[in-house]
Every structure is written in structure tokens, then in C-alpha cells.
Ligand binder design. Structure first.
Ligand code: ZN
Length: 248
């Protein structure tokens, strides 16, 4: 089991690396199939650079060709996600729950990168995520792993997103939430079930605190819009540590 846990951790870090790359490519409309390259000079990365964390350490945080800095959030995300996946595998082993939690973690990371760089959550993420959950649930149903389907949290999350958007429009004359965030709400509801409620509460709390500190310190304008995906991701991690209920 220990080997399985560490393998899960390494796999989590590797998947995170791919998720960040996917988010970057989706934000910049770059092909998803070309080889990983430097964000600045587009030189293809040598294979040691592709190893999570180790690659960053080997090149000392810089591109070996143009010497531009690699964002430090990349190795930090790889480490934290690796640990998170290790925890998931420790708690649920190899199971449907583990798969769903790992998948949604990776989707959130890709969305964070895309939201931070372009303020967009691409439709393809929503479409692929819904396709994957339908496929996995169909297989689980056919093999007897689950005895019924339950997508009510996807609908609840979608409704919550629409309500937040409309509330912002009514009270502040601008949408309270982007369409991309509503898509992400729906995916989270579908994959995380009741954890979505805790996730949303934590995300709103974090976003409000950051917004408040930003406005008080003068770093943010009063009507500034901040990307919500990173707060949802943070909220999701927090929700995992809420002991009960843990319904998927
Ligand atoms: Zn470069």
C-alpha cells in the first residue's frame, strides 16, 4: 500500500504538470498535442525537464536556452498536488472516488492556469469532463460498483452559479460570476457531490478576504474582477479535510 501511495503522489505531480501545460495551451490557443516547450522562446524541453519538480531543480528555475524564469508556481503546484493525490489514494485506495477526486483536482489546476492567464474556462474542459464522468459512471454501473446514478449536485451547482451571476447583475449592475465559473461550478458539483457546498463556502470566504485586503491596501480597485478558479481550487482542497459528510 505504501508503494501505491507514493506512486499515486508521483502520478499526481506528473498529472499536475500536464494540467498546468493544458491550461496554458488552452489560454493561448496552442495545440494540445505538440511537445512541451519553453513559454518564452518555444524551444522544446529536454526530457529531464519534464520530470515534476526535479526538472525545475535541474534547470535552476530557468529555461536553458533563453534563460527566462520558469514560474515558481509550477513546482509548488506539482508538490502540493502530489501530496494531495497521495492523501486521496491513502484514503480511498484505487476506487471510483479516487479517480473522480484526482480528475477534478487536475481539471481545477488547468482551469486556474487558463483563468489566471486569459480569464477563460474553455468549453472543451466542460465537455470532456461531462463525457468522462458519464463513461466512468456507466462502467461502474455495468460492473456493479455503484447501484444508481446521482447528478443532483451538478444541477444544484449550476443553479447556484446562475443565482450568483444574476444577483451581481441586480445589485451591482455587473454579473456576479463569469460564464466560465458557472461551467466550473457544474463540473465540481458533478464530481465532488456534496463537497461542492463546502467548496463554494470556503471559496467565497477566501475571495472576499483577498478582495477586502486588496481594496484596503490599495492594490485592487473597488470594481476589479478577480479570477475565481484559484479560490474554488483552494476551497476544494479545504473541503477534502472536512471529515463528514463525504458523499460522492
Ligand atoms: Zn526559453
Amino acid at each position: 500500500m505504501i508503494i501505491l501511495q507514493y506512486l499515486g503522489g508521483f502520478l499526481g505531480a506528473a498529472l499536475t504538470s500536464y494540467s498546468v501545460t493544458s491550461g496554458y495551451r488552452l489560454a493561448n490557443r496552442i495545440s494540445m498535442v505538440e511537445r512541451s516547450s519553453c513559454n518564452s522562446c518555444r524551444t522544446a524541453l529536454p526530457w529531464p525537464s519534464l520530470i515534476p519538480v526535479v526538472g525545475y531543480a535541474l534547470c535552476r528555475g530557468r529555461c536553458t536556452v533563453c534563460k527566462d524564469f520558469v514560474p515558481v508556481r509550477y513546482p509548488l503546484l506539482e508538490i502540493s498536488s502530489g501530496l494531495f493525490v497521495l492523501l486521496i489514494v491513502t484514503r480511498f485506495g484505487i476506487s471510483i472516488q479516487s479517480f473522480k477526486l484526482v480528475w477534478i483536482s487536475m481539471v481545477l489546476i488547468a482551469c486556474c492556469e487558463s483563468d489566471l492567464l486569459s480569464r477563460r474556462i474553455p468549453n472543451v474542459i466542460l465537455i470532456v469532463s461531462i463525457g468522462v464522468i458519464l463513461l466512468v459512471d456507466a462502467l461502474a454501473l455495468l460492473t456493479g460498483v455503484i447501484d444508481g446514478l446521482s447528478y443532483q449536485w451538478g444541477a444544484i451547482a449550476l443553479f447556484a452559479g446562475v443565482c450568483m451571476r444574476c444577483t451581481g447583475t441586480l445589485l451591482f449592475k455587473r454579473p456576479g460570476l463569469g460564464i466560465g465559473d458557472i461551467k466550473l461550478f457544474t463540473i465540481l458539483g458533478l464530481y465532488a457531490g456534496s463537497l461542492f457546498a463546502v467548496t463554494l463556502l470556503a471559496a467565497i470566504t477566501f475571495a472576499s478576504l483577498v478582495g477586502l485586503v486588496g481594496i484596503v491596501s490599495g492594490r485592487l480597485r473597488r470594481n476589479a474582477q478577480i479570477p475565481f478558479a484559484p479560490f474554488l481550487t483552494l476551497g476544494f482542497v479545504v473541503s477534502y479535510f472536512v471529515p463528514e459528510p463525504m458523499v460522492l
